[in-house]
Design a protein around this ligand. Sequence first.
Ligand code: ARG
Length: 275
Amino acid sequence: MVDQQAHILMCSPDYYGIEYEINPWMDCARGADHATAIDQWSKLHALLQSLGARISLVDPVEGLPDLVFTANAAAVLGDQAVLSRFRFEQRQGEEVYFQRRLSELGFAVLTLDESEFFEGAGDALFCGDTLFAGYRIRSDAQAHQRVGELLGRRVIPMELVDDYFYHLDTCFCPLTPTTALYYPGAFDDYARRALAEHIETLVEVGATEARRFACNAVVVGDHVVTNVGCPRMHEQLRRGGFHPHETSLSEFVKAGGSAKCLTLRLDGEESTRPA
Ligand code: ARG
């Protein structure tokens, strides 16, 4: 299925930690274990490499604990990247580092107006030619329209209604141009209808596994990588001809993130390639 080498952006968790609370998963009192986080991230990095991906890195920065979640850097299409504008001040300092690194990697980095919140591939995922975009909790619907204009793509805005699934990539994952995983409970009725209307095959993930970040999956060819504890979803994937892999990411779940959040696909997701 992969006819070109996957290229992924990651950031080592040297300065990762739970230093503030901007989503319901985060609890400063509980914290994350540093050595375990380094180990889990290294295993994810090695696993993605073993599946054939090339990994580029952005340098970690002290005082920016969530910089590890590179999915939030930008929305990437071809050689263009629309840079994020984070809703919370705690993450706004990341923008300049992502901007610099994406430019170095050869992308034309496009920016939005200051008043438009947009959290990159965390909230905007291509399935076929269409950009599916989650709004309300982090990104704004208006910002998504602007991203669609900049990239020349149709946008399907979808309201996110459950604070535990505050980014689209926590509850939706395109696998191919016509297939996606999703957790219905995270969307309002209108969004669920839009998904059913535009995506041929929707694989439903149950609430328990969705809370273990089953939908926060990294797709490399027909391989799908998630956190541990999603056996039902993995069985569904196997039946669909995919090869699921699991790797523990418990320390990142404490910040509200998992496999997909720790990556940004730079060469275009499999779901954007012609079927
Ligand atoms: N603590 C981070 C935040 O709340 C987690 C980001 C997870 N990233 C993602 N793409 N879902 O912003």
